[in-house]
Ligand binder design. Structure first.
Ligand code: PMP
Length: 418
């Protein structure tokens, strides 16, 4: 039938060709040849991913992601999504029903929280002490919120008194705080912040993309209203899925909006049905979730459940302390002075005097196949970032990272400072 159609649509025209079966086919529509790169096999070299993420993925999680695809609406897939929901409730320490994973990276969860909770014209308060607050302020501004900020230089943190003062002044509907500020290497205290927010009738939104599984965080006990994370950091799944959870209070606000959220894809009315959270007997099609990504996420959450959250936190702290001591022995200066405020998953060091940070990173990648990174956003040029999280978090990798740094510092002693 296809052959008949094409030969009728182009019966012996200037571009008609005869195939070996003698059938005329119109070829005029293809003007771009197959790209040469596509005729070569995929190349994805092995690298030690010791930056702030993604981190290396354990074989068990890779294997889960490589299993045959099933339909996104099959009952077995819904069973897997139910498991993921339970795994996230454990990882977040929450009993919130409105718990799910976004189809997308950490930014998707960030936008989902803002798009659903905040209506245009409402006030939000954003704590900025690195790039993530900057991003949230920009997204809020784009969607027409009134944005108020509390600002510190990278590495700074906010006292509860400072937060309370700003809440009293601006009366926002939402306050944003980054738990693990990966651009500065800071883990922000959260105790008491939820209570202060609720005193001012404000919801607390916390970003735990870089800290979940590595530093203690207890969603329900700390009265966090919306918490999200990413798959590719301490959870060790491939990038592309992002757990998120909403408290009853947050659900009340987002399901009693005057207008629908601007994003259809991120509308929680639809997503809550897709995840079986809305109490309706049937799930209806909204979008096609990343089936392989969900398989991998389920497996990474299973590893966290088997390990135990407290063991995971303890392990990250022990390895981080071993690593910090090694860095100091090399004469390097840790960017966050107070040990209690250092993020165990992502360590930041001041760029050593007399060195060009880009040359240090390039040398380490070239000679050791190890990725470290520089600063991000407001911390560019201020620091180097080294992540040892989840599967990558062990003393052998810490020792390898230290040896690579020592070698680079020796070899590049004559670099000019930039
Ligand atoms: N928040 C924090 C603290 C992060 O570290 C990151 C990723 N580096 C993000 C948000 C954004 O996540 P993604 O790149 O997965 O969108």
């Amino acid at each position: 039938q296809f052959r008949a159609l094409v030969s009728i649509s182009n019966p012996g025209g200037p571009h008609a060709q005869s195939t070996k079966h003698g059938v005329h086919r119109g070829m005029s529509s293809v003007t771009i040849p197959p790209p040469a790169c596509m005729l070569r096999p995929l190349e994805a070299p092995f690298r030690y991913l010791f930056g702030p993420g993604p981190s290396n993925v354990p074989p068990r999680v890779l294997a889960a992601g490589g299993r045959p695809i099933i339909g996104h609406m099959h009952s077995e897939m819904f069973g897997i999504m139910n498991d993921i929901k339970k795994g996230i409730q454990y990882a977040f320490q929450t009993s919130n029903n409105m718990t799910l994973a976004m189809s997308g990276s950490g930014h998707t969860a960030m936008e989902c929280a803002l798009f659903n909770i905040v209506e245009p014209g409402e006030s939000v308060l954003v704590a900025i002490n690195g790039i993530w607050g900057e991003r949230v302020a920009e997204i809020s501004e784009r969607m027409g919120a009134k944005v108020h900020t509390l600002v510190k230089t990278p590495g700074g943190h906010f006292t509860n008194a400072e937060i309370e003062q700003a809440l009293a002044k601006h009366k926002p509907v939402l306050f944003f705080l980054t738990h693990g500020e990966s651009s500065a290497g800071l883990v922000h205290p959260v105790d008491g912040v939820g209570d202060i927010c609720h005193k001012y009738n404000c919801l607390l939104l916390v970003d735990s993309v870089a800290s979940l599984g590595a530093a203690p965080l207890l969603m329900d006990q700390q009265n966090i209203d919306i918490l999200y994370t990413g798959s590719q950091k301490a959870l060790n799944a491939p990038p592309g899925t992002a757990p998120i959870s909403f408290s009853e209070r947050a659900c009340h606000k987002m399901f009693n909006r005057k207008a629908k959220p601007v994003s259809y894809l991120l509308d929680m009315t639809h997503l809550s049905n897709y995840w079986g959270n809305d109490g309706k007997p049937e799930r209806t099609y909204h979008h096609t979730g990343p089936v392989s990504g969900f398989f991998a996420l389920r497996e990474s959450l299973a590893i966290l459940a088997e390990t135990g959250l407290e063991n995971s936190w303890k392990h990250h702290t022990e390895v981080a302390e071993y690593f910090w001591k090694g860095l100091e022995d090399l004469g390097l200066k840790l960017f966050i002075k107070d040990k209690d405020l250092r993020l165990p998953s992502v360590t930041t060091i001041a760029i050593p005097e007399g060195y060009n940070w880009k040359e240090l990173l390039a040398y380490i990648m070239k000679h050791h196949r190890i990725e470290f990174t520089g600063g991000l956003g407001p911390s560019v040029g201020m620091l180097l970032r080294i992540g040892l999280m989840g599967y990558n978090c062990n003393k052998a990798n810490a020792a390898m990272a230290l040896a690579a740094l020592e070698d680079a510092l020796k070899q590049l002693t004559n670099c000019t400072k930039k």
